[in-house]
Ligand binder design. Structure first.
Ligand code: DGT
Ligand code: CA
Ligand code: CA
Length: 573
């Protein structure tokens, strides 16, 4: 595989960063940085130049040494310089570079002044207030670092959808405020609401693209410009996220938006339909000969292709076009269809909000009901209710319900499924609750068949109503444990209990394809926030995104039902 210039340039930047942290000779650091920029902007691939025998040291500012380094990188080798530099610094120090706002200079200050050599050491130092007084580290920086550290190590190359939302919104606002921008939208996997995104894609309509490009690369958190042409640009933001922009004329905006929303299999299928009609489809529009038949809006485009507008969440090339043609697209669930939340926690699990706080926040969400499902167990522990504590909470819920007329609080619990499939609460306690959320919170590494049996056994329990976060994945941290989810779903259907889409942005579990499987089986799904704090009640919308990607309509979801109907569903036949 020939190594592309962008990759060679990244390595040169990395070398410059490492030397910079080490406080190496600033001239050398600058030479590597300049080389990085040069390679990135070369009109030709370095690998091609080498293949045709063109000397690299003929390039401006590139001496024999640098030429050898670049050639090694182009051959996919690790140049000794880079290997030495990587080894000279503890890996933990180098890893700090991936945190937002931490460039080599700041990392050096942290290492030299405070001896910080890992994320953990940095987190401890921030919490202890040791960064205060260090030049260049204000309170804003402190907060930013804490947030980034809490978010955990990055996914290789992908970011959780929720983690880019704020940024995506400010980028879009920034672009829409550009002179001459008539319309702008986010496209790509972000618009399709994928659980994680590789990069962000933006499409804008403007008569003159140049000022839009200018403004785009001037966005405050842009750290590098990868590509800047007349109508397209790619930049990397300081936290490493790439953003692509395409600017087209207003008559093409719908076509460009559709093209850059993808996904590729969907776009290919659309192009095939166009061809079958003797037309051509590209990012500029749908054409017959030279005449543009459609392209200003997506609705227009799909209509002209003989299709209804297909929601972006369904555009994966997994049967949506055939369904659209047959008039069988589902009417997808929306957040407004949800009437309540079936899994939230309180201060009893060490959250910041009391029962009353959480209920008030649920009412602000517009909910008609909310189920309190704190972690409980036979033996109490800090941050966990024992049967007596749970009993007291049930009394408090009853008192609270007597004072509320527009919202009902359901008494529930989150109970651990033990290794043998039994539940960590006595039967009589479980039986008194309105709803029981059962969860695997330990023993993730059982063999698949034993994990499946364990969960089926737990569901044998007549009072279990919902299986929480069924696959156990934590995006970017832990894969799903081995289990036969289809068997678990069938088991739930037979027994009259349900599975959850846990809407925490790092869970989204069930995932989109599981939702589709459940729907095909006729198994209804709960969408739950699993909120630990009032602000997290709003996570429901991330669950809705995945449910929509899984083709779910309102009727497929438990908590779209009015309370009376919900209660009937929760009672097993
Ligand atoms: P991601 O970024 O990995 O989460 O996934 P996407 O779907 O956002 O993929 P991305 O960013 O590579 O491209 C966005 C859409 O734009 C993709 O669905 C297809 C379309 N697209 C981008 N570049 C090209 C291209 O060069 N040719 C074609 N046919 N389509 C492209
Ligand atoms: Ca993308
Ligand atoms: Ca892209």
């Amino acid at each position: 595989m020939p190594v592309p210039n962008a990759e060679i340039a990244d390595r040169l930047d990395r070398l410059a960063d490492l030397l910079d942290i080490e406080a190496a000779n600033p001239f050398r650091v600058r030479a590597y940085r300049r080389a990085g920029r040069l390679v990135r902007e070369l009109p030709r691939e370095v690998t091609e130049m080498l293949a045709s025998g063109e000397p690299l040291d003929a390039l401006p500012g590139i001496g024999t040494d640098l030429a050898a380094t670049i050639a090694a990188l182009a051959h996919g080798e690790m140049p000794p310089r880079l290997a030495e530099a990587e080894q000279a610094l503890p890996a933990g120090v180098v890893a700090l570079l991936t945190l937002p706002g931490l460039g080599p200079k700041r990392v050096r200050v942290l290492h030299e002044a405070l001896g910080i050599d890992s994320r953990e050491a940095l987190a401890a130092a921030v919490r202890a207030g040791r960064l205060r007084g260090v030049p260049g580290f204000g309170s804003v920086m402190e907060r930013k670092l804490l947030a980034a550290l809490a978010a955990g190590p990055a996914l290789p190359g992908r970011v959780r959808l929720a983690d880019v939302e704020t940024l995506a919104a400010s980028l879009l606002a920034w672009l829409r405020a550009s002179p001459g921008v008539e319309r702008a939208e986010l496209a790509g996997s972000f618009r399709r609401r994928c659980a994680t995104v590789g990069d962000l894609d933006l499409v804008a309509a403007a008569r003159a693209p140049a000022p839009v490009m200018e403004r785009f690369v001037a966005f405050e958190s842009v750290s590098r410009v990868l590509l800047r042409g007349p109508t397209r640009a790619s930049v990397v933001l300081r936290d490493g996220l790439q953003v692509d922009l395409r600017v087209v004329a207003d008559v093409s905006f719908g076509a460009a938006l559709c093209y850059f929303t993808g996904a590729k299999p969907h776009s290919i299928a659309l192009r095939r339909i166009a061809q079958a009609q003797g037309c051509k489809l590209n990012e500029y529009g749908l054409f017959r000969d030279r005449r543009r038949l459609a392209g200003r809006t997506e609705a227009d485009l799909y209509r002209t292709l003989g299709l209804p507008l297909i929601p972006p969440e369904l555009r994966e090339g997994t049967g949506e076009i055939a369904a659209a043609r047959a008039g069988r697209l589902p009417l997808l669930l929306t957040r407004a269809d949800l009437r309540g939340d079936l899994h939230v926690h309180t201060v009893a699990n060490d959250g910041p909000a009391s029962l009353a706080d959480m209920v008030r926040a649920a009412r602000r969400q517009g909910h008609a009901y909310v189920a309190i499902a704190d972690h409980c167990g036979r033996v109490g522990a800090a941050g966990r209710l024992d049967p007596t504590g749970l009993g007291r909470q049930m009394d408090a819920i009853a008192r609270l319900n007597a004072t509320l007329d527009d919202l009902t609080v359901l008494a529930g619990c989150e109970v651990d499924i033990l290794e043998d499939g039994s539940l960590d609460l006595p039967d009589d306690v479980l039986h008194r609750l309105d709803l029981v959320v059962a969860a695997v919170n330990t023993n993730f590494d059982l063999p698949s068949d034993r994990q499946t049996e364990r969960i089926l056994r737990a569901m044998d329990h007549r009072d279990v109503t919902i299986l929480a976060h069924p696959s156990g994945r934590r995006i970017g941290r832990r894969p799903a444990y081995g289990l036969d989810l289809e068997r678990v779903m069938r088991g739930a259907l037979e027994r009259g209990c349900f599975l959850e889409v846990n809407a925490q942005p790092d869970r989204l579990d069930l995932d989109d394809s599981h939702c589709r499987l459940a729907k095909a089986m006729g198994l209804k799904i709960a969408i739950s926030s699993d909120a630990d704090a009032p602000a997290e009640l709003a996570f429901l919308r991330f669950g809705v995104d995945q449910a929509r990607r899984g083709w779910l309509a309102a009727d497929d979801v438990l908590n779209t039902k009015p309370l009376a109907e919900l209660r009937a569903l929760l009672r097993r036949p």
